[in-house]
Ligand binder design. Structure first.
Ligand SMILES: Cc1ncc(COP(=O)(O)O)c(C=O)c1O
Length: 382
């Protein structure tokens, strides 16, 4: 059994300067923004302290240990074999995806996303002026998954690239290997590039199996590029580092045309932290997954006991809960209602897709006390 991790107290958390704890006044309990409320792993702390102690605070140069350690982690966790030479560095996943898209697409080209999806997918598309093609996920109860028929129709109609959220934020679905193989076959048939954002993957719970897109089949290697980071699983987002991986020679030749600055704009702190996370973070990660496993079930118990009208499916990965609050009849923007009347902040559903205004996203990467308090505040607001 892995040692569970205790989250910081509210008083400690309120001293943090990160976005989650700075965005709202202190009477609001903040459960949006995908940051966790735990102490980071000791080996990462030690490596960061060491950089500071030695004033090793310059630019990021060659960082072979990150590439090697990522390849080691991918092999250990997911049986994904890759050559460290196939790993590139970017400043964060957002920048990595944008730079990859810039390399393969021109203004106006069609990019597919599967809604409801991570809100910044929309901002990235707008930033580089692509045409968004939404193929919503299929919904069965509270289980959302890929609509392969819809995806094929859109590929056929001229989509040039598909930005896949694998595993999926906010619905918490880990796709099956078969689904990913089918996507790869369709992408190959219609000449679509699949960019797989795998930032949540290390947080997959033991009752699900994560398959890296590039490890799904030989065809997926031909059509896919992965962008990921240790930042979500190890709570390092402010340190700024991500990795881009392609295993096909033609795709890699295209990626070679990216400006060198894609690498150098990442931070030395982020790259060292990611390298240590991938090499020495397994024990901490197991503890976090065990803790989040308790939290995802605690949330189910609390909702069933106190607000059964809210619909929730225990997610397959990570620390985000996608809640359907439509039965509460709270008007156009339920998150605004909870903020005003309950003093508790969640992400509003409409930011993940226009049809999802009756959903909220709750971050349970925190203490049982804060999760329980958040449900109390929902109740108080009703
Ligand atoms: C699916 C997904 N991709 C990317 C990001 C952000 O990554 P980064 O900060 O590295 O751009 C998030 C943050 O929550 C996310 O959920």
């Amino acid at each position: 059994m892995s040692e569970k991790v205790i989250a910081d107290s509210l008083a400690q958390l309120q001293k943090r300067s990160s976005s989650k704890w700075r965005f709202y006044p202190s009477d609001i309990l903040p459960l949006p923004v995908a940051e966790m409320d735990f102490q980071i792993a000791e080996p990462i702390k030690a490596a960061l302290h060491d950089l500071v102690e030695r004033s090793d605070t310059g630019y990021l140069g060659p960082i072979p240990e990150l590439k090697e350690n990522f390849a080691g982690f991918a092999n250990r966790k997911w049986n994904w074999n890759l050559d460290p030479e196939q790993v590139r560095i970017a400043c964060d996943v957002g920048v990595g995806v944008i730079e990859v898209l810039r390399t393969f697409m021109s203004v106006g080209d069609k990019l597919m996303i599967n809604t409801p999806v991570y809100n910044n997918f929309f901002t990235w598309i707008n930033e580089i002026k692509l045409t968004k093609v939404e193929v919503p996920l299929k919904r069965e109860g509270m289980h959302f998954t890929l609509d392969l028929l819809g995806i094929e129709a859109a590929y056929k109609a001229g989509v040039k690239a598909h930005l896949l959220c694998n595993p999926h934020n906010p619905v918490g679905t880990v796709y099956t290997k078969l689904e990913l193989m089918q996507i790869a076959e369709l992408a190959d048939k219609y000449k679509v590039i699949v960019i797989s954002d795998e930032i949540h993957a290390p947080l997959t719970f033991s009752d699900s199996t994560f398959t890296p897109f590039l490890a799904a089949s030989d065809i997926s290697k031909k059509v896919g590029i992965t962008v990921t980071s240790a930042s979500k699983a190890f709570n390092l987002a402010g340190l700024k580092c991500a990795t881009i991986v392609a295993q096909d020679p033609k795709l890699n030749a295209m990626l070679d045309t990216m400006p060198e600055s894609v690498h150098f704009r990442a931070s030395l702190f982020g790259a060292i932290a990611d390298a240590v996370a991938y090499k020495s973070g397994d024990e901490w990660l197991d503890g976090i997954i065990a803790t989040l496993d308790d939290n995802r079930r605690l949330l189910a118990d609390l909702l069933a006991a106190k607000v059964p009208a809210i619909k929730y499916r225990i997610p397959d990965c990570s620390y985000l809960a996608w809640l359907d609050v439509s039965e509460l009849n709270l008007g156009e923007n339920p998150a605004a209602h909870f903020l005003e009347k309950g003093k508790v902040a969640f992400n509003p559903g409409h930011t993940y897709g226009a049809d999802y205004s009756q959903f909220i996203r709750l971050n349970f990467g925190t203490s049982p006390e804060i999760i329980t308090d958040s449900i109390g505040r929902i109740l108080n607001s009703l």
